[in-house]
Design a protein around this ligand. Sequence first.
Ligand code: ZN
Ligand code: ZN
Length: 357
Amino acid sequence: MYKTRIKKITEKLFENNIDGFVVNKPENQYYISGFSGEGLIIITGRKNYIITDSRYTEQAKNEAQGFEIIERQKGTSPFLISFHIIKDLGLKIIGFESHSLTVKEYDELVETYKNITLIKTDGFIEQLRTVKDSYEINLIKSAQKITDKAFEYILGLIKPGVSELDLVAELEFFMKKNGSKSKAFPTILVSGPRTSLPHGSPSERILQSGDFVTIDFGARFSGYCSDMTRTVVIGKPSERQLSIYNTVLNAQIKAIEYIKPGIIGKDADSVARKIISKQGFGDYFGHGLGHGVGLEIHEAPSLSPKGESHLLPGMIVTVEPGIYIEKYGGVRIEDMVVITKNGFENLTNSEKQLICL
Ligand code: ZN
Ligand code: ZN
């Protein structure tokens, strides 16, 4: 698996006349080697290297096959060491991930290695990561199974008198006990008027009857994330709550049904946006419809008004329209779907008709 991934990368490098590539982003390192510690990876047409320090040397040996592990001394710069190796190998044109090198590090490299040409890249490995193989899809399914189970569990605890923070503690503990190594991202759990905050962090607010409660959360399994949002109501929903909820639900279902290979991200967004606008809530849906999910919680492709890429089989994206009304509240419903040869498979199994607790 890693061999195939590295082969794809080296082919891409040579097409672009690049002799070697320095990988700094942890998720990209994990993707091409299985190494989950701190370090740098150098990919060349021949040998590949992991530069790390004594905290991770043994781990690197265990996790990454086919790499030469180089232990750097404390206090040395991993970038300078990497380029020292690159110089010794006689490589002249080196790609690096522009988002992960500081200006200081860049200046230092240019100054020290005058005969090496540095090529800035953006999304070089991320692009390959957008299409998941069956192994990755299964890991994301496992992460989502934990998430679905945790949602069912937390439904039993949502009631007037408990705080948002209490519920988050219970939810995250449950996920850990059920196989999630860590949460995929900081859990969003907001209630009552705070549901108007699309990315509100949990507070000490005590839940009351009549509240909307929105929970956006995910598990992490073997490095891979899941991402789901559900909004429920405590007690009997008002007419206005029902109208908002059903608009979001309808937009979400129609946007998912639209998903298949070949469509463009922004067109899926527009399916949901039109439905929400038609009901008069157009001004209250500020974010994009969805995003790719994998080793990172937000990755390409984007399903927003700016999403220009075509969807391909194996991509995993979220579909998460929402309506947020300041000082009143809001609703978001989010599922994760994998694009298949003919359409999509929904990986999220939790109920999404309005649950009244
Ligand atoms: Zn989410
Ligand atoms: Zn999301």
